[in-house]
Design a protein around this ligand. Structure first.
Ligand code: ATP
Ligand code: MG
Length: 246
């Protein structure tokens, strides 16, 4: 069964058609990377998958539950999704540990001891076991982003959504975040990742989806979409991303 299934998804903001009939699936355990120019609708697509935006029409299923069903329990669906954005959105006045336990306690109703134990494990997993008692301001951007990943993982998501998780980071901090994501993929996490990191997409993605102007232009394995694109628009985009100096 697919973890995510998107059928003929449309999203408009007033007269602006941002998503013009998107269809694709993410199978359990797969990593799908979404690439495309600025304004092509990538973030809007992810926001429709976690219901931060209501699709105008079409269907989205997560683990077989139709999110677009008006009677769906949105909170129950959201509990299955881990989300990591460009901005880490950590609570600045709380320690790293508390940032990772708070939703476990409030949303999943875990006891404090259990939440701390799980937080310790997920912080260890992202390489920040020894930073539990720090405040976010005492960490680098890359470390803060890894805390945001640990916080999402602590909720035991069946799917992780990433929206340009490394694009706010200094170049030398990108690698550590990508390593954590690579490891998650290796562990079998299902992941939908909007990224400009073509090296990561090429190495880790099972499929790459190229979007332009609200539609999918190309969807296939990275060795096709990135290494041997069939469409002129994909070639042009990749040319700009891979050789920005030209
Ligand atoms: N809430 C909104 N209201 C009106 N227009 C919006 C809204 N959100 C997004 N848009 C428009 O939808 C289009 C797609 O935006 P989106 O953020 O999905 O693009 P993107 O592919 O993620 O771009 P980027 O690579 O710059 O992040 C843009 O033209 C944007 O201005
Ligand atoms: Mg975006």
């Amino acid at each position: 069964m697919s973890t995510v299934e998107i059928k003929n998804l449309h999203k408009s903001f007033g007269p602006l058609d941002v998503l013009k009939g998107i269809d694709f699936t993410v199978e359990a355990g797969q990593v799908v990377c979404v690439i495309g120019p600025s304004g092509s609708g990538k973030s809007t697509l992810l926001r429709c998958v976690n219901l931060l935006e209501r699709p105008t029409s079409g269907q989205v299923f997560v683990d077989g539950t139709e999110l677009t069903d008006p009677d769906v329990d949105i909170d129950a669906v959201r509990r299955r999704l881990g989300m990591v954005f460009q901005q880490f959105n950590l609570f600045q006045h709380l320690t790293v540990l508390r940032n990772v336990t708070i939703a476990q306690e409030r949303v999943l109703k875990r006891g404090r001891a259990e939440a701390r134990k799980i937080a310790g494990e997920t912080l260890e997993k992202v390489g920040l076991g020894e930073k539990a008692d720090c405040f976010p301001a005492q960490l680098s951007g890359g470390q803060q982003q890894r805390v945001a990943i640990a916080r999402a993982l602590a909720m035991n998501p069946s799917l992780m959504l990433f929206d340009e998780p490394t694009s706010a980071l200094d170049p030398e901090l990108v690698g550590d975040v990508l390593s954590v994501m690579r490891e998650l993929a290796r562990d079998g996490m299902t992941m939908l990742v909007v990224t400009h990191e073509m090296g990561f997409a090429r190495e880790v993605a099972d499929r790459v989806v190229f979007m332009d102007r609200g539609a999918i232009v190309e969807d296939g394995p990275p060795e096709q979409v990135i290494a041997a694109p069939r469409h002129a628009r994909t070639r042009e985009f990749l040319g700009r991303v891979l050789h920005p100096e030209h």
